[in-house]
Design a binder for this molecule. Sequence first.
Ligand code: C2O
Ligand code: CU
Ligand code: CU
Length: 481
Amino acid sequence: MVTRRRLLGTGLAAAGVGLTGASFTPLLAVDPAKASPSTAATPDQFAVAMPRMPVLRPTFRTKTTDHYDVTMRPVRKEILPGIQTDLLTYDGNFPGATIKARSGRPVIVRQHNGLDVATSVHLHGASVTQTNDGDPMDTLAPGGDRLYTYPNKQPHASLWYHDHAHHREAESVYRGLHGSYLLSDSIEDQLPLPKGEYDVEIGIRDAHFDAAGQLVYIMDDLERTTLLTNGVPYPYFKVAARKYRLRFANMANQRFLGLQLADGSDIIQIGSDGGLLPRPHTTKSFVLTPGERADVVIDFSRYAVGDTVVLENNVIFNGTAEQVGRVMRFDVVRTAEDPSSVPAVLRTLPPLPTPTNERSINMHMEEGVEHPKAYLDGKVYDGSRVDSSIRFGASEIWSITNTNTRVPHNFHMHLVQFRVIERGGKPPAPGESGLKDTVMVLAGETVKVQATFDTYRGSYPYHCHMLDHSAMGMMATMKIS
Ligand code: C2O
Ligand code: CU
Ligand code: CU
């Protein structure tokens, strides 16, 4: 019998991340006996169609800028068949509607907080000034309005936005405050990649429904065993027998995903958090930890009309293979012309500058206790403290070490897209060789990244993007001046 641990190690290793089973044990810090007993049955799989993400319409456009208005409000929506589930949403959409932006053209979003909790809207992966970053301490009170300005002075990337109010972020994101923000540019436009209806966003997260079909939020919950894709459980998606560009995002609080096609077919990864990779990378499987994105091309012309192929998750933990081993199904229903192709070179990244400073970051949380504390460099987050002082213009190497023996983490920096320099002393896998803002750091592992701070001065957080961990305090502040 294959143990859960073996399965997990195999899945991640197959993804070219170079792991061994021993470096990652499928346990979080909570005691499973404490988890809630009243959990809804796993919904039928492949019974509903995957919705396309709605696109947010600007309220008005000027010569230079697109203006949007969004109201955060509670809604009830059918997620499980026949049941209305209470959600916290941007404008009633679950997930939030996609904002489509262009490099060089600013976007201004007026957010109205129609919820009864404070919020902070963060555009993850974006280069913005401090006041527009959605800082954990810089919150918008219930009933309030606030403008967030996104200059979009950065290359194309599949970004996303989500709540970040400190201590609330994990629960508010879990209850629905998350959506996509696609930034495009002419470099990307010129490539013959699949476009239009063949360029599809797929946001994956998990959820714990109680017996009445309501979302249960428990910190570090082991029972978020229902996978939702674009807001619905285990959907099917009808495709033509041709190439698609699929933009995957892991919008879960804690769940790691290792995605693969059930028949073992090739997947071509073309992008990561910060846009296109330098070159396409053909793989059987790819890993997404919470907050990470991957753009891939799948060629469905290898299938006949009438065929189906399941997208599987090979990281089986916090749930059985039946619950969390299948994500969605692609149903090939027609043929179509396909003028698209994947060029051998996708973009050129500027060479890394000579580093001007190095620092080490230690990620650690208590294991095996009921209410674990989580630390960055031995400290719990305090928004009034500066933990790392950075000279404007510096290019720094950060060595990030997870000193846990079981609990995995990942690491996210605001403001910058960084490069992964090393994982466990080895060069990064091809899927990690582009621009990144979030990177997996398994138990016992050290990952080195290089970031250049030459855009804005100010204070910004860095944290574990397993949002239950950041809510516990695994977050710190860097000040660039
Ligand atoms: Cu998506 Cu500070 O995070
Ligand atoms: Cu972020
Ligand atoms: Cu963590």
